[in-house]
Ligand binder design. Structure first.
Ligand code: SF4
Length: 291
């Protein structure tokens, strides 16, 4: 994959989409979001979500196209079209390799409120200074703080990492989260959330998706913004709203790839300030940028 060109990656993504469309047949056609929510929940043996009356009517701005108007009434289809357009623009990056979820959790805590570069540097520095999780858990907090200083907010993250590691050891008798293997997504997320202060839905979902390939949608500020601008959620909705919608409407096999594409889109095109709507591949389906 490392030697593939961008064009090859995009072509592979399109081939994958066509294969999915053939495989899914009528099931991918115009399913309502509520039907998608219900069938997903039923498939996972969970209680059916409370029946909803569909989207509450909202005054739509003048000038939006009939096509977008139709999509705004069908979030499942809206998400599917977004996925197709993003794959064509940025390619398709499937989940490839499982990794240690304890390391994933520590790495995700380090990534809070900082750049990928800084958090990667802090993680490498922590592992070099303390080769085992036991050493991290039992070290003087100031030494852990020193080791992760390049990641920012070290005074907050050092005790958070130590508390989390100690909690894992107290509960499972080792610095090990293999208990998550094979666990249903929502149960696994609840377990991670229960490990302590500082682990929210975004952190828990990132660990599940990046370390274990579980289709938990990790919604960060970029993804939340893109969803709001497209009209998939309301501007003031919490990230969990987007998470629930995306997990209910995105094929589990596509969660990782769509997460990667949405992050890239939010960073490069749908920026918080001065989004580049003119050349945006999503403009036709975007409430904010289409009029
Ligand atoms: S059209 Fe503009 S606001 Fe809409 S997704 Fe594209 S960049 Fe973002």
């Amino acid at each position: 994959m490392a030697n593939e060109t961008g064009e090859q990656i995009i072509l592979a993504g399109e081939t994958e989409l066509k294969r999915r469309a053939r495989r899914d047949g009528e099931s991918t056609s115009r399913a309502t979001p509520d039907a998608a929510l219900e069938s997903r929940a039923t498939r996972q043996g969970e209680p059916k979500p409370r029946a909803r009356r569909g989207r509450e009517p909202e005054p739509l701005p003048h000038g939006i196209s009939p096509y977008l108007r139709e999509l705004l009434a069908d979030r499942g289809e809206h998400v599917r079209v977004m996925r197709d357009l993003l794959v064509r623009a940025y390619g398709y990056t499937p989940f490839r390799e499982r990794s240690d979820p304890v390391g994933g959790l520590v790495g995700t805590i380090l990534s809070q409120h900082t750049s990928d570069t800084n958090s990667s540097r802090a993680f490498a520095s922590l592992r070099e200074r303390f080769p085992t999780w036991e050493q991290v858990a039992n070290a003087p907090v100031l030494e852990v703080e020193e080791a992760i200083r390049s990641g920012g907010l070290a005074a907050m993250k050092a005790p958070r990492i130590q508390r989390t590691l100690r909690e894992i050891h107290a509960r499972f008798g080792a610095y090990d989260l293999s208990v998550l293997d094979g666990m249903p997504r929502d149960e696994a997320r609840a377990l991670l959330l229960s490990l302590g202060h500082g682990i929210g839905p975004k952190t828990a979902s990132c660990v599940l998706m990046f370390s274990l390939g579980v289709p938990a949608f990790c919604v960060d500020t970029h993804i939340q913004r893109v969803c709001a601008r497209l009209g998939l959620i309301r501007p003031n909705d919490a990230a969990e709203k987007a998470q629930t919608l995306l997990e209910a409407t995105v094929d589990p096999d596509d969660v990782h790839a769509l997460h990667i594409d949405m992050i890239r889109h939010g960073r490069q095109v749908c920026r918080a300030q001065r989004p580049l709507c003119g050349g945006c591949p999503l403009r036709e389906i975007c409430l904010f940028g289409s009029h």
